[in-house]
Design a protein around this ligand. Structure first.
Ligand code: PLP
Length: 376
């Protein structure tokens, strides 16, 4: 029986990437050694790194004036490293955080250890929008209601809350909202490279690799160069963005194998037609599941404000705890893995990142249809 892995992360990698990696595992490019054994100062590794960086920049259309950094510590480390590195970029040394779910709340909490941090907007109450009642975490605060100090060093947001499945499809236009001078710092861990990005107003984009980029162990940052050079003196040198940039992501031994796999993922994405093509496919995959949910007469329920439903993490509930447990048991028996919702919220979560083919989504949809027919 084939299996489809819907885990939220570490997540499914593209099959051709795993096949290529396994064929090169013992002998990369006739070098006689594995990438895992290769010096990070060698010309061979240098080539792997440079290709990965240039393919990544190319895919996202990273503009001039931004640097791509590979770091360690996961997206979680960035919760401390962002304020340590860029809070000092403006005299105010203030920053604002938009709270939209578990990950941005964590980012905010950690940042408060390092400076004058405030909440700009939050969705942690229930609310009625256009006659529909939404629970905390299931809706997106309007940009026009942000309470942001225009002298802030940055404003932090998470553009895809992985646990609830709440996705900001486009970054706010900071000029339109009167915050042209405040750079956005965006946690894109769970949807980076799933869609094109407009860099207007972006200061930093960061992402743990283990969903759309590659294996766990590497964190990718895109940093606007004018934000470099303001690091607090007590920031560990290995986490000083300027040091990492100057050392070409090799200030200390980098996670070479993880970076190599990311490079293969970037090549795979390019061969698939880049971000416009994968975005189209991601929309079609998500629509397949949301349409089914919406047509199930309330048997399956997704409670996220419709226009912010995530294309990457589709969350839903079933009418009873028993049905929920049965759903998980039967999906597993049918090779549909990793569907249990995050422990903090329960329910079901189907993570359908770039590497999940439409066939995997169809297999889940067929199962959901027959489960509905039997128990609905
Ligand atoms: N931010 C988001 C949106 C996430 O989904 C996750 C992990 O799932 C994290 C941050 C934490 O990432 P890491 O485990 O790499 O520290």
């Amino acid at each position: 029986m084939g299996v489809w892995n819907f885990s939220a992360g570490p997540a499914k990698l593209p099959k051709p990437v795993l096949e290529q990696a396994s064929s090169e595992m013992l002998d990369w490019n006739s070098s006689g050694i594995s990438v895992m054994e290769m010096s990070h100062r060698s010309a061979e590794y240098e080539q792997i790194l440079q290709n990965a960086i240039s393919d990544f920049k190319d895919l996202l259309g990273v503009p001039e004036g931004y640097s791509v950094l590979f770091m360690q510590g996961g997206a979680t480390a960035q919760n401390a490293l962002i304020p340590l590195n860029i809070l000092g970029s403006r005299e105010s040394k203030k920053a604002g955080y938009v709270l939209t779910g578990t990950w941005s709340i964590k980012s905010h909490k950690e940042a408060t250890k390092y400076g004058d941090i405030s909440v700009v907007a939050s969705n942690q109450t229930d609310i009625e929008i256009d006659g529909v009642r939404y629970k905390p975490g299931m809706w997106m605060p309007e940009f026009k209601d942000w309470e942001l100090n225009p002298n802030s060093s940055y404003v932090h947001l998470c553009s895809n809350e992985t646990i609830s499945g709440l996705e900001l499809k486009e970054l706010p236009n900071m000029k339109e909202f009167g915050f042209a001078d405040v750079p956005m710092v965006v946690d894109m861990s769970s949807h980076i490279l799933s869609r094109p990005v407009n860099f207007d107003g972006v200061g930093i984009i960061y992402a743990g690799a283990q969903k759309n980029l590659g294996p766990a162990g590497v964190t990718v940052l895109i940093v606007r160069d004018d934000l470099l050079g303001f690091t607090e003196s007590n920031c560990p040198s290995v986490f000083n963005y300027e040091n990492v940039k100057n050392a070409n992501s090799g200030f200390n031994t980098p996670p070479t194998y993880a970076i190599y796999i990311c490079g293969l993922v970037f090549q795979w994405l390019r061969s698939k037609g880049g971000l416009l093509a994968i975005h189209e496919q991601n929309i079609a995959k998500a629509r397949t599941l949301y349409d089914l949910i919406d047509k199930s007469n309330g048997f399956y329920k997704n409670e996220v404000q419709t226009k912010y439903r995530s294309d990457m993490n589709v969350t839903f509930t079933l009418p009873t705890e028993e049905l929920h447990n049965l759903f998980l048991k039967e999906t597993k028996a049918n090779g549909l893995l990793g569907l249990k919702g995050h422990k903090s919220v329960g329910g079901i979560r189907a993570s359908i990142y770039n590497a999940m083919p439409i066939d995997g989504v169809k297999a889940l949809a067929e199962f959901m249809d027959s489960f509905l027919a039997q128990y609905g």
